[in-house]
Design a protein around this ligand. Structure first.
Ligand SMILES: [Zn+2]
Length: 458
């Protein structure tokens, strides 16, 4: 593997890194001012010229871009250079979708230029997580209807470091091609046969896989790394997973948690337990933390709304984009691995009102809108909880507790389940209750249509 330029994570001093990031931003801004429909409108409203944005700090003159801005008109976030040559900056390589719930999933477009950057950032994610040439991956993400970074980028990450990957293809079978999907027992058998060193997937699924392997008496001694995303994954869950893996023969497994986003096509990752989540590509992404109300910068280490700026993209481009979470941001060199890049040093928490259920970002209002049109429904409450509250990594379950009008027939449950599924992509268990249900009593219909019981157990 040739490494001709300096290593972006470890070789550059602070000044050289700042100069490089600024140069990347300059090139991106030139294109944004020329051909980005959304920001061209914004710049015109703000009477802002290209010359007003010279340094990384000048970005603060721009207002925060929200998820609603993007979801409302995702096509306007794609660079549209007129009469541009058909080169790597403009050729559309792939399109991934945000798994949002309000309206259609929003496409996030990567050009051939961006895809090379994605490979580079995936490679850095693996390096930060301690992956070596001897490792091999078991990809445990399911296929999804909309192309999504989780399943696909694992394959690209393996490419970026020339290591083997086996995709286990778990999840619900496609009725057209049922032979493509594997049940849990088949996935356990695959794990035994292929001897991966890395399990990469959704925490609740990995937990089920390991539990089933234990039941079946199958050892997984080759596993040394587990890659999961951070949603609801606390210390207890981490310790539990390590203990279970050790019972399956793994010598000293460690769990590397990431904070991923469609808008990165990757994630910020831990290099060690408690190290914080590293920006894997400081030449591609700039992070800021600002006050959630005033949008003024907060001091390093203070909790703030996390903003992402694309320094080096050519397809979908975002500047000061609020990922929807607040967290604490640290700059400078990581004391564990020596990487010089930003780290998110607290577990991010959502502030945009969206709730994550089974990995889907759900807007509670979309659920309310979907069921309110049902005349036989008198009252309802949506409850999201763990299928097994005692298990930290248990799957999420959405229950819709309903009070039905007298004489409402049994088709009501089915009709409501289908309405909710269409609106937010998650099928609820619909159960009838009465108006004196303690969960329904003493809560406002509009104020809190969805109760999240998972947090109380975390
Ligand atoms: Zn580190």
């Amino acid at each position: 593997m040739t490494q001709t330029s300096p290593d972006i994570l470890f070789d550059l001093d602070a000044d050289a890194l700042t100069a490089l990031r600024r140069a990347r931003l300059e090139q991106t801004l030139d294109r944004v001012f020329a051909a980005h429909p959304h920001y061209r409108r914004k710049f015109a409203e703000l009477r802002m010229a290209r010359a007003d944005l010279q340094s990384l700090g000048d970005l603060r003159r721009l207002p925060v871009t929200t998820k609603a801005d993007f979801m409302g008109d995702p096509a306007s976030f794609q660079l549209r250079p007129e009469g541009a040559a058909d080169d790597e900056e403009t050729v559309v390589w792939d399109v991934m979708y945000t798994t949002g719930s309000s309206g259609a999933p929003a496409p996030f477009v990567s050009t051939a230029y961006d895809f090379v950057n994605i490979l580079a950032l995936n490679r850095n994610m693996l390096r930060l997580r301690g992956v070596t040439a001897g490792d091999s991956i078991l990809n445990l993400f399911p296929l999804t209807k909309y192309p999504h970074g989780a399943f696909i980028r694992v394959l690209h990450a393996a490419s970026s470091m020339n290591i083997p990957v086996v995709s286990a293809m778990p999840g619900r079978a496609n009725p057209r091609r049922p032979e493509l999907n594997n049940g849990l027992d088949e996935v356990v058998a695959l794990a035994e046969r292929t001897r991966p060193t890395i399990l990469w997937g959704v925490p609740s699924y990995i937990r089920r896989l390991i539990g089933r392997a234990e039941e079946m008496g199958i050892a997984l001694p080759s596993v040394r790394l587990v890659f999961v995303t951070g949603e609801g994954f606390g210390e207890e869950a981490r310790a539990d997973l390590v203990a279970r893996l050790e019972r399956l023969g793994a010598a000293s497994p460690w769990i590397s948690v990431s904070y991923g986003a469609t808008e990165m096509q990757g994630g910020l990752v831990e290099c060690a337990h408690g190290s914080g989540y590293h920006n894997p590509a400081p030449d591609q992404f700039l992070f800021e933390a600002v006050d959630p109300e005033t949008h003024e910068p907060v001091a390093d280490g203070e909790e703030g709304l996390i903003l992402l700026t694309h320094l080096d993209r050519r397809g979908t481009v975002m500047l000061r984009y609020a990922l929807g979470d607040v967290a604490r941001l640290a700059r400078g060199t990581c004391p564990h691995c020596g990487a010089r890049t930003e780290r998110i040093v607290s577990m991010p928490r959502r502030v945009d009102g969206l709730v994550k259920i089974k990995g889907m970002l759900v807007n509670p209002q979309a659920l309310v809108d979907a069921v309110q049109g049902e005349p036989a429904l008198l009252d309802f409450l949506a409850v999201v909880e763990k299928e097994n509250p005692a298990e930290p990594l248990s799957m999420d379950r959405l229950r819709l507790r309903i009070v039905a009008a007298a004489g409402a027939d049994a088709a009501l449950e089915q009709s409501l389940a289908a309405r909710v599924q269409r609106a937010i992509g998650v099928t609820p268990h619909v159960e009838r209750t009465t108006a004196d249900d303690p969960l329904l009593a003493g809560r406002g219909w509009k104020v809190q249509p969805l109760i999240d019981l998972r947090k109380a157990k975390a």
